[in-house]
Ligand binder design. Structure first.
Ligand code: SAH
Length: 223
């Protein structure tokens, strides 16, 4: 189990993070607050120590339960589309490594995050930044159900490939709220969508680039 006091964030790591920020800018990320949040978070803490030297490459890496930590560009892209304001109540589907969760918390959101893989959820009580980011609550469950008792949310972020727009999540979004969803377009590609709930309950739909995510699956695992 990793402990914050045992981990080191060296000048090498910080230098690699600077380079990562340059790469994200070159790829079109412009939101300074998003870039600053990514710059401030040691991504290598969220990965197995075997990945220490390559943690700042702009790519996804394997984590437990055959899942992945999203590529930094994808994290930056989704977060930029969310337009987080301090105090926003955000529901994240797919806690995974807790890296994207931390980016949202660093932007001042109140984050509610759900994971369906028990093994991944069981890592959340030892979250490294508990003291720095007390504005996160972790849940074990099926993201298709959302968190009806805590709804409505200002923003909803889905970090797995969704086969459809989850109806229950749409219901848990506030008026003027935004949902970022990578929606299946083929077996291997998802179209990034930003859905805004209009006053009359209808949807404003904006389409962006395509990405490749692990699938959003129904139910939760037993182990
Ligand atoms: N945000 C994570 C991304 C992990 S990959 C990170 O940056 O590390 C997507 C995650 O979504 C996986 O952990 C997967 O188990 C989870 N997931 C898939 N379907 C889900 C569902 N229905 N409810 C909750 N989590 C789900």
């Amino acid at each position: 189990m990793k402990k914050l006091e045992d981990l080191v964030d060296t000048y090498l790591h910080k230098g690699l993070r600077n380079k990562l920020i340059e790469t994200l800018k070159e790829k079109g990320i412009t939101d300074e607050q998003v870039l600053a949040a990514i710059h401030s978070i040691p991504r290598h803490y969220f990965l197995d120590s075997a990945f220490d030297k390559i943690a700042y490459e702009d790519r996804a890496f394997p984590i437990a339960s055959d899942q992945t930590i999203s590529q930094p560009y994808t994290v930056a892209y989704q977060t930029q589309l969310l337009q987080i304001k301090k105090g926003d109540k955000v529901l994240e589907i797919g806690t995974g490594s807790m890296y994207q969760t931390t980016v949202l918390a660093a932007l001042g959101a109140k984050v509610y995050t759900i994971e369906r893989q028990k093994q991944l959820f069981e890592q959340t009580p030892t979250y490294l930044f508990k003291e720095q980011y007390p504005n996160i609550e972790f849940f074990f469950g099926d993201g298709f159900e959302g968190l009806p008792l805590l709804a409505p949310f200002d923003k909803i972020l889905i970090t797995a490939a969704a086969p459809k727009i989850p109806e229950k999540l749409w219901e848990q979004l506030k008026v003027n709220g935004k949902m970022i969803i990578p929606l299946d377009e083929s077996d291997t590609a998802q179209r990034m969508l930003r859905l805004t709930k209009k006053k009359d309950g209808t949807v404003k739909r904006e389409a962006f680039d395509t990405f490749s995510f692990v699938p959003m699956l129904e139910g939760k695992t037993q182990k």
